[in-house]
Design a protein around this ligand. Structure first.
Ligand code: FMN
Length: 183
């Protein structure tokens, strides 16, 4: 393969997309699309890693309460993503949410009824790098659409996640499991 150099300004990273649910201290719910989400392990448990830039309402809520939900975005939720990503909770309540909101099953966090896979998260710690803050979060509960087979590893095509690279993409094939491609 011959590649071409693109310089330093390309931040493309193949990422899933989540709508992060938070609540402020006055009890107002807020959701915002976030793609800077990953996972690590501290030796005892998995920690979800979420990076938030600037002074967005989501960051303020997470700093204040230490609690959040991460709602996987399936393709059917893209209209909600485009709406929620273009307004800030700093400017008042986000209206026109075409999706029901429920309470987390373990934590007092707002959860989107139409998300097929939801983490309920509690902040363990954070690291500030310039204008961003990266939160490391304990997983306190996971809820999954009951129609999805969770007996082994989930078949992501059933969750129909949006994959983000600057544009939106979807998954179409389940290729196998670890070891299937050993020669
Ligand atoms: C597709 C998409 C992905 C985004 N990903 C991130 C992200 O990973 N981190 C981040 O800080 N902001 C991200 N944003 C920006 C926030 O969603 C946006 O600033 C939003 O208005 C914040 O709302 P809030 O102030 O109510 O928290 C993304 C926006 C879109 C549309």
């Amino acid at each position: 393969m011959k590649r071409k150099s693109m310089g330093r300004d390309h931040s493309m990273c193949v990422q899933p997309m989540f709508l992060i649910g938070t609540r402020d201290q006055a009890g107002q719910n807020n959701f915002a699309p976030i793609t800077w989400l990953s996972v690590t392990h501290d030796g005892q448990e998995y920690l979800i890693v979420i990076s938030l830039y600037g002074d967005k309402k989501t960051r303020k809520n997470v700093q204040a309460t230490g609690l959040l939900s991460a709602n996987l975005v399936s393709v059917s939720l893209l209209p909600l993503v485009d709406r929620l990503g273009n307004v800030s909770g700093n400017d008042g309540e986000k209206t026109g949410m075409a999706c029901g909101v429920s309470e987390g099953e373990v934590l007092p966090v707002p959860v989107l009824d139409e998300s097929p896979f939801v983490y309920e998260l509690e902040v363990a710690g954070s690291v500030v790098t310039g204008e961003s803050e990266t939160f490391f979060c304990h997983v306190r509960n996971v809820t999954v659409d009951e129609r999805v087979d969770m007996t082994g590893e989930p078949d992501l095509t059933q969750l129909d996640p949006v994959i983000y690279s600057g544009d939106y993409h979807s998954l179409h094939r389940h290729l196998g499991t670890i070891g299937d491609f050993l020669q």
